[in-house]
Design a protein around this ligand. Structure first.
Ligand SMILES: Cc1cc2nc3c(=O)[nH]c(=O)nc-3n(C[C@H](O)[C@H](O)[C@H](O)COP(=O)(O)O)c2cc1C
Ligand SMILES: Nc1ncnc2c1ncn2[C@@H]1O[C@H](COP(=O)(O)OP(=O)(O)O)[C@@H](O)[C@H]1O
Length: 212
């Protein structure tokens, strides 16, 4: 298994998962409520039951996931100026089938490195009309170099909004910038900061990750 919720305090190796029952209440940003009210996309994914269906997006949270970073279409850095680290198809398929597509925030760590804030997109990128579902993480940190092939560990903490199509590339970029600001604000809350310190991010000492 590559992602999910497992017992708190346990170790999860590459492509493993665990559930944390400590956090009972899923995180929902104000933009998520706005999105659901205006567009009903989360509701549609849950069977068209309106706001009452929102827990569909949230009930898997916090969601722990670990996997290798693979190549995507190369658009994040070049076209958007916002690189996104993609998980493999195998990891994407390991996500719960009923987890809502959309934009989330949480914590991320490359290999045994520091834990940083992140924003995440799950879905088909309607602006680009992808035919395959992808899970892409933008880590809110400047890295000196790419980290393809490294193990990326993430915990998805809260939901921001559904995926959308846009009239222009600029509008997509601007929406992502707003998501980043929302993620920064949400993750500063004490209830979310504690997940940054979770044992999930500490790989066992001496563990070889991707030959490093
Ligand atoms: C925070 C965030 C929000 C995103 N929102 C959308 C969206 O609403 N619609 C969309 O089509 N793509 C969205 N994307 C996905 C980008 O289009 C995607 O990351 C970009 O195409 C780069 O893909 P690549 O890494 O495969 O090249 C979002 C990505 C991030 C990180
Ligand atoms: N802050 C960051 N967040 C995510 N990926 C980053 C970041 N900085 C550098 N990268 C690197 O950039 C890659 C993503 O760039 P991108 O242009 O979206 O290409 P791709 O489509 O291959 O994912 C990641 O796989 C990673 O190696």
């Amino acid at each position: 298994m590559r992602g999910g919720r497992a017992h708190s305090g346990g170790r999860a190796g590459p492509a493993e998962s665990r559930m944390d029952r400590k956090q009972e209440r899923p995180a929902l940003s104000s933009r998520a409520v706005g999105s659901a009210l205006c567009e009903g996309v989360a509701a549609e994914r849950c069977g068209g039951a309106g706001l009452a269906a929102l827990p569909c997006a949230m009930r898997h949270l916090p969601y722990f996931c670990r996997g290798e970073v693979v190549k995507g279409f190369g658009r994040g850095s070049k076209e958007l100026g916002i690189p996104t680290a993609n998980f493999s198809e195998q990891v994407v398929e390991s996500f719960p089938p009923d987890i809502s597509t959309g934009i989330y925030y949480g914590w991320a760590c490359v290999g045994n490195g520091d834990v940083h804030k992140m924003v995440l997109s799950i879905g088909w990128n309607p602006f680009y009309r992808n035919t395959k579902k992808s899970v892409e993480t933008h880590i809110i940190h400047t890295f000196k170099e790419d980290f393809y092939g490294e193990i990326l560990s993430i915990v998805i903490v809260g939901y921001i909004r559904p995926e959308k199509n846009f009239d222009s590339l600029e509008a997509l970029i601007s929406a992502i910038q707003e998501d980043i600001e929302e993620a920064k604000r949400q993750l500063d809350l004490a209830e979310h900061l504690k997940l940054k310190e979770d044992n999930f991010f500490h790989l066992p000492e001496g563990k070889i990750v991707n030959n490093h």
